[in-house]
Design a protein around this ligand. Sequence first.
Ligand code: SF4
Ligand code: SF4
Length: 316
Amino acid sequence: MKKYSLGKTGIKVTELCFGALPIGPLQANISVKKGAKLIRTALERGINFIDTAEVYQTYPHIKKALEGYKGEVIITTKSYSKTYTEMEKSIQYALESLDRNYIDIFLMHAAKATPSVFEERAAALQCLNDYKAKGTIRAIGISTHVIGIVKRATEIKEIDIIFPIINKLDMGIVNGSVDDMVQAISEVHKAGKGLYAMKALAGGHLIDQLEESFNFVRNIKGITSIAVGMVNQEELEINLKIFNDEKIPQELLSQKIKPSKRLFISRFCKGCGTCVEACPSHALSLKNGKAVVDHQLCILCGYCNPVCPEFAIRII
Ligand code: SF4
Ligand code: SF4
């Protein structure tokens, strides 16, 4: 599979990145053994890039997948930490949990933050920068759904890599259109920073237009790689075919990537509204004292379920 450099970091990643969110307990809840096997197969089939986050709870799957693996692997993780101490704990936790001496890419997890996130989390960013200077982190950056953050990242010298949302359906992008995001990506790229993309299939809304949807994002100048969540061998095979520019056999397509996952809110919802605040896509609201989801707007980004104090939200 083709590899490209992420900006000026010197880090070369495959065009297909294994997105680890869906295998974890927040979504498909696949066992560590099974999830590790899928990740290991992906690596052995040529993918060298894994995207995870502290909140995804998939460090055990990745650690197990890497046991005895001698090939190259680039791991991104992310943390919501705001202070220096919190970020330091996140870095240590990632190093220990993944059993690594260093983390390739560490991002500020900032889906719904405002462009002033760089000031609000200045101490956390400083911590990432200090660990980069020590060699514990190779590159630092930010993940976001917000166009203003992508634009501002251009001028923040510490930021090496940006991980924005983009898809041809224009879903999940905050404060602008897909054209605005393409423009922002272009500016970041011109500034020499690396970019890889999330949600090319808009959380499953584009499942019936796989190739066109991936190719739309692949053709955006500056996008080096796309993180794609995969939960079974069939999905991996189809994605490998697409990113290796090979024809997908009809029998593989007819086994089909699973029907779109759905978000469910259980009767344990107490109507606190925390999830409504956390959703960057305005897909949640309160009705008669309970949270309700608009499936047309939900991109299954998974930002709502970790914040629910009642564990009432599941993505299955
Ligand atoms: S965070 Fe949980 S309890 Fe609160 S409104 Fe959302 S689903 Fe209900
Ligand atoms: S409802 Fe939850 S999973 Fe769906 S877009 Fe909002 S935060 Fe993401």
